[in-house]
Design a protein around this ligand. Structure first.
Ligand code: 4AD
Ligand code: MG
Length: 431
């Protein structure tokens, strides 16, 4: 009798006979021995079929297996220091579920469009699996970090009557007879939640109809948005650096094998600990000018600018105190210099760009009213938001971490499209 197991669990069954549901990844044969590379999502293991030790049916079944054929395999678990997982199966029995024919993704090189059209199959490949495992680990680390610090998880709505981050990239839809938009950010609702629950965070999908076709932009992406009552800008920065260091160290601890599959330089990640450097917008502009950029105070940074600034450091860096005119209506002006706001963008190292945008929020009711006029925001649509400044307003801060950019950086990927199971891109809604 054999025990049912997964590949990830075989380590607990040394010397025993186990049955595993799996797919064939690759096969190698020497005429008398067939080596089956098997995968089941939990890991990889090599099945060894020795002609002289199995029935002719089992030998023929092994022979018939093609890439991505599905099967139940039974075999004795052996330690094998040469194999990746450290274990091997001495195959005793094979039950074929399906022989796969003409699997489109072969070991040869494929173009990006082809792979994206076959994303539903591409995610089975070892690299893509590694990325998705790391993504799941990051999400777990995020939840752990906030749970350990007394934050409550709050879910803001996805269908909204108003915008948070300006109106240029809103996704419009109908809500019966009314107009509605897919959320760009849950922040405004999280501010309401912080006034009710103190420290809160959300984790959910956000949507931006951005006409940017870059390696950093998705149309649908996931954001983690903490919002904290009685926390000022400086305190928020400290939480952000602890948060990002925590995620990176957690992935280093739990995802060694996946980082290895991705050939990630983990020495670089190991340096992401402690406090992160800070540079003001003003200083960053000076730096860019020194580096030969033509750049005027008041302009926004693009990807090349962010990369040059980030290259100065080995950890993420905060760019703080941006011009008020560049940023969203809700950011609190610096009391000493109202032309800049108490905000920071966190820029990842190695050219991965902005991973966090955050700020202290305006808590003064009069100033908020003034901003509504300047930005021509409808007081009707946002009356509830103004109420937050009317009934017990308090200093508060928050930020948003882009999950996919974080995954991209930690995994060391070329493009953000590989960080999410089914990316929504400017020209891609399939599959
Ligand atoms: O800087 P953003 O626009 O900030 C906000 O939405 C705030 N309301 C967040 C808050 O304070 N609660 O977006 C936050 C982060 C960015 O730093 C970036 O990592 C990510 O979201 N992001 C994107 N990621 C992928 N594709 C896009 N199109 C993105 N736009 C923003
Ligand atoms: Mg931003």
């Amino acid at each position: 009798m054999s025990t049912k197991s997964t590949i990830g669990e075989v380590k607990h069954h040394l010397g025993e006979s186990v049955t595993i549901g799996c797919w064939l990844n690759k096969k190698r044969s020497s005429g008398k021995i067939q080596f089956l590379q098997l995968r089941d999502g939990s890991g990889y293991v090599q099945g060894v079929v020795v002609k002289s030790e199995v029935s002719s049916e089992v030998w023929e079944a092994a022979n018939a297996l093609t890439q991505e054929s599905s099967l139940y395999i039974t075999g004795k678990v052996k330690e094998d220091t040469r194999s990746k997982g450290g274990f091997e199966l001495d195959v005793e029995h094979i039950e074929i579920i399906q022989i796969t024919e003409d699997y489109p993704i072969t070991p040869k090189e494929h173009g990006v469009d082809f792979l994206m059209d076959h994303r539903h199959l591409w995610i089975r490949s070892p690299r893509q699996r590694a990325v998705l495992v790391i993504r799941a680990q990051i999400i777990q680390a995020v939840q752990q970090f906030f749970n350990e610090r007394g934050f409550h998880l709050v879910d803001p709505p996805i269908l909204t009557p108003s915008s948070c981050e300006g109106t240029t990239n809103l996704f419009h839809t109908k809500y019966f007879d009314e107009d509605a938009f897919l959320t760009q950010s849950g922040q405004l609702y999280m501010e309401a939640a912080a006034m009710a629950l103190g420290k809160v965070y959300s984790f959910g999908p956000t949507f931006r109809a951005e006409k940017s076709k870059t390696r950093r932009h998705l149309i649908e992406f996931w954001m983690i948005e903490p919002e904290m009552a009685f926390i000022d800008h400086e305190e928020s920065l400290q939480i952000q650096e602890q948060f990002v260091a925590y995620i990176v160290q957690n992935v280093l601890t739990h995802c060694r094998a996946e980082l290895e599959v991705l050939e990630r330089d983990t020495d670089k990640l190991a340096k992401v600990a402690g406090a992160f450097p800070r540079i003001s917008y003003d200083k960053a502009v000076e730096l860019l000018k020194e580096k030969g950029f033509e750049f005027e105070w008041g302009e926004d940074f693009g990807a090349p600018h962010e990369t040059v600034i980030a290259e100065q450091y080995e950890t993420p860096v905060f760019i703080t105190h941006y011009p008020t005119a560049l940023k969203s209506f809700y950011m609190k002006p610096d009391p000493n210099r109202p032309e800049v706001v108490l905000c920071a963008d966190m820029i990842a190292p190695e050219g991965y760009g902005e991973i966090i945008g955050g700020s202290q929020r305006i808590d003064d009711p009069q100033l908020m009213e003034q901003r509504f006029q300047e930005h021509e925001l409808s007081k009707e649509a946002y009356q509830w938001y103004l109420d937050l400044r009317k009934y017990g307003t308090v200093p508060h801060s928050g930020f948003g971490l882009g999950l996919e950019r974080t995954v991209s950086w930690i995994c060391g990927l070329e493009h953000v499209r590989e960080t999410i199971p089914f990316p929504r891109l400017l020209y891609r809604l399939y599959p």
